[in-house]
Ligand binder design. Structure first.
Ligand SMILES: [Fe+2]
Length: 279
């Protein structure tokens, strides 16, 4: 792993991708692509369960066009919801659905050691007591988000609007194409945020910026259509990590993070930031 101090200078850190995890991610991605190829009337049989404050589990189809709204389908899974997810996939009785859910649920325990190493390094290098311990309990609640952005857009189109993520930190596991960009802190320009096959990338979300009192900043990122993804669409999977004692951004009161100006959090004071979080 690169030094986690890179979180301050580069906004992200690359970590080694254990071969077993990479193979399992590839398998789950293949299953996700097969799931996406099913007719809409089969896919929407899979319910999405959520409450007001926490994103849920299951399948979502979002086809609305508009400012800050992305046309996509996604599937959220957590190990803590495995029983419920497997119940629904059995009930639907379509093999592609069941295979995808099973393959995806293999991932959290393989991700765990990567997170543990990252958390230990952050605890040590930033002098953040108990951080490794707080992250160690996160495995059942790890949120896997499988995404499919539809093709049929212009090259250069923003298929995911600029935003920071809401939870603790984010790990990008797979992208079918390039196109993720980060807003650089130093000059506010957009630069590529590549994901390779031998390394994966972790970057802070708003919860970690808040916990670390601005020592690191949540990374503002977006996705832009390339020549290929403009036509063929784009598949990806990310993992959102929350940890014990992590306060949450108050979305109910302050709205979607996509609706804030890009990079608003790079200069925010601790006091201003604190107001945006649930006490
Ligand atoms: Fe994101």
């Amino acid at each position: 792993m690169n030094s986690v101090k890179k979180l301050q200078t580069d906004g992200k850190v690359y970590v080694e991708y254990p071969p077993k995890l990479r193979i399992a991610v590839q398998k789950a991605m293949d299953s996700w692509i097969a799931f996406c190829a099913l007719p809409d009337n089969v896919k929407i049989k899979f319910p999405y369960t959520a409450d007001k404050t926490v994103s849920g589990n299951g399948y979502e189809l979002k086809t609305a066009h508009g400012e800050g709204l992305d046309r996509k389908e996604d599937f959220h899974l957590r190990l803590s919801a495995a029983e419920n997810l497997l119940y629904h996939s059995r009930k639907i009785g379509t093999p592609q659905v069941d295979t995808f859910v099973r393959d995806a649920l293999e991932l959290p325990v393989l991700i765990e050691p990567v997170l543990a190493e990252f958390a230990k390094a952050v605890e040590r290098e930033f002098n953040l007591p108990n951080f490794a311990n707080d992250v160690a309990h996160s495995t059942p609640g790890l949120l896997l988000r499988f995404l499919h952005y539809f093709g049929g857009v212009a090259e250069g189109h923003e298929i995911a609007s600029p935003h920071i993520d809401k939870g603790g930190f984010t790990m990008h596991l797979h992208e079918s194409d390039t196109g993720v960009q980060q807003l650089r802190q130093s000059d506010r320009s957009w630069i590529p945020l590549p994901v390779s096959h031998t390394e994966t990338v972790i970057f802070p979300s708003f919860g970690l910026q808040h916990k670390m009192l601005n020592q690191v900043k949540a990374l503002c990122h977006r996705v832009v259509a390339t020549t290929d993804s403009a036509v063929n669409g784009r598949f990806s999977v990310v993992c959102f990590v929350d940890f014990r004692n992590n306060k949450q951004y108050n979305k109910e009161k302050f709205g979607r993070l996509q609706d804030w100006p890009a990079g608003f959090n790079y200069d925010i004071s601790r006091e201003e930031m604190d107001k945006l979080f649930n006490s």
